[in-house]
Design a protein around this ligand. Structure first.
Ligand code: DX5
Ligand code: ZN
Length: 222
């Protein structure tokens, strides 16, 4: 896999929240492909992060796609707001939606790419009836809620199985991985079939600059 076919999506969850706009600007000039925005509501997961108003403010700091990951209960209630805020991709957790098919259709009707996320305990089969409808599948490689957690190794097998399903059906759906990704495991998840790598702590919580951190991850793929 050529490393330039792999996208890196820095997650601003691990950035300095007093300077979120600067983090977006820095990641953009450092060569990020997407800006990953983790939205948490204190119910689906314990922390509360940001809402659509902040996402709209961050929108003005980059031309890169805003990759919005909704870790919230009833995500369908927030789709309009995030679409208006300028999200390019909106990803919802499959079990958080009462009517996942309707939610996916609705996101796409708004002209936004629709993603579905699988937490580590959720099986690929839960996407069976909607897989051909979604633009992106996000395989969580940690349990949702916190940055800086340890990558769950057994998720490599899940990524491989999902890659096989997508390829066997001729689907070009993006396969994104999220959680505990760093230069030490990026090549393995790409080998398994991931094409978009979310990285939070490995980009914003190291002694390296954002640019150096992104280069380190890219170099590990060569
Ligand atoms: C976790 C979030 C992730 C997180 C990844 O619930 O969805 O996007 O920010 O951060 P790292 O790369 O630090 O695991
Ligand atoms: Zn995320």
């Amino acid at each position: 896999m050529k490393s330039d076919l792999v996208k890196i999506a820095p997650s601003i969850l691990s950035a300095d929240y007093a300077h979120l706009g600067d983090a977006v600007t820095e990641a953009t000039s450092a060569g990020a492909d997407y800006i990953h925005v983790d939205v948490m509501d204190g119910r689906y997961v314990p922390p509360i992060t940001i809402g659509a108003q902040t996402a709209a403010a961050l929108r003005s700091r980059t031309n890169l796609p805003l990759d919005v990951h909704l870790m919230v209960e009833a995500p369908e209630d927030q789709i309009d707001q995030f679409a208006q805020a300028g999200a390019d991709i909106i990803t919802v957790h499959v079990e958080a939606c009462t009517h996942i098919h309707r939610t996916i259709q609705y996101i796409k009707e708004l002209g936004v790419k629709a993603g579905v996320a699988l937490s580590p305990g959720k099986p690929i089969i839960s996407l069976e009836e909607i897989l051909s409808e979604v633009d992106l599948v996000l395989v969580m490689t940690v349990n949702p809620g916190f940055g800086g957690q340890k990558f769950i190794e057994s998720m490599c097998d899940k990524i491989k199985r999902l890659r096989m399903v997508l390829d066997s059906r001729g689907l070009t759906t993006e396969l994104e991985v999220d959680g505990g990704i760093h230069a030490g495991n990026a090549a393995r998840v790409v080998e398994a079939g991931a094409r978009v790598l979310v990285a939070g702590a490995a980009v914003f919580a190291t002694e390296l600059s954002v640019k150096e951190s992104l280069e380190k991850i890219r170099a590990s793929l060569r």
